[in-house]
Design a protein around this ligand. Structure first.
Ligand code: ATR
Length: 265
């Protein structure tokens, strides 16, 4: 039996076990996905322990995404982002990936959003960092807007073809943008949005990384403006799909994983 899982602290609320196990069931794989909650300072030790025990793959969430970097051989994108959310043990040495970045790209691609032009990323925390690098890797020009403008500027210095801004620039930035991704926590369990509704337009594709609620105020405003909308469950799904495919070497049964994920939202 193959063993995959998640390390985080806390991990109790995770939607990853049902999503991945739906994939194993659909493909008839003899595999399980389990959650582990190591002490908050023991991320690197947890990776070593998992390797010793013969675990095949781990997802990594808060607070371990940066700490495990030193315990793995990071892929170039994960190294540049400075965070790992997926470890693959199947090739000998543990390899670290950041599938949050690819997850955003694949979520947009699934909705036939053209991955070209200019993207506005709102937020410069962990999620904003991953998405900014992921979109830049696809060749997009990235505009990073953050409440704390200095953090946007610092991130933009690291990301190719990027610039940093405050939230007060959002309307100007969006006028010439093709893609908008919300990577702040604004909208999570509250009817708020970080983006003025009148800045949204029908030539935009809007991805919200927030998935509680699934229809955020931002996505409702975007739909009203005629924009293409992509909810946060797609990003969650595709970071998992990407990990699933790296671990198993199989094409993930995306529809089955999506169906199970949405049952649990
Ligand atoms: P994550 O790992 O989910 O990205 P994070 O690293 O804590 O979480 O980052 C949270 C992001 O949401 C940051 O960009 C933060 O802006 P600051 O850098 O200015 O703190 C943004 N954020 C959180 N609350 C916000 C609010 N009320 N208005 C605007 N931005 C907010």
């Amino acid at each position: 039996m193959d063993v995959y899982g998640l390390i985080g602290n806390p991990v109790g609320h995770s939607l990853s076990p049902p999503m991945h196990e739906a994939g194993y069931e659909a493909l008839g794989l003899d595999a399980r996905y389990v959650t582990f909650e190591p002490p908050a300072d023991a991320g690197a030790e947890a990776i070593e322990a998992a390797e010793t025990l013969g675990v095949d793959g781990l997802n990594v969430t808060i607070p371990f995404k940066q700490d495990v970097l030193d315990a793995v051989d990071p892929a170039p994108l994960a190294e540049r982002i400075g965070a790992v959310n997926t470890v693959d043990f199947t090739g000998g040495t543990p390899t670290g990936y950041n599938t949050d970045a690819v997850g955003a790209v694949r979520a947009l691609d699934h909705h036939d959003v053209s991955l070209s032009g200019t993207a506005v990323v709102v937020g410069a925390g962990g999620a904003g960092r991953a998405v900014a690098f992921g979109l830049a890797d696809e060749g997009l020009s990235v505009r990073i807007a953050n409440r704390t403008e200095s953090k946007a500027d610092a991130l933009a210095d690291e990301v190719p073809d990027a610039s940093g801004h405050g939230l007060d620039s959002l309307s100007d930035l969006l006028a010439n943008a093709d893609i908008l991704v919300n990577c702040t926590s604004v909208g999570m369990e509250e009817d708020k949005t970080p983006v003025p509704a009148d800045a949204l337009h029908s030539d935009l594709a809007v991805l919200d990384a927030v998935y509680t609620p699934i229809e955020t105020r931002l996505l409702q405003d975007a739909a009203a403006a005629g924009a293409t909308t992509v909810d946060g469950a797609w990003m969650l799904l595709y970071q998992g799909v990407e990990a699933f495919e790296r671990w198993t070497g199989e094409d993930a049964p995306v529809d089955r994983m999506d169906g199970r994920l949405r049952e649990h939202l």
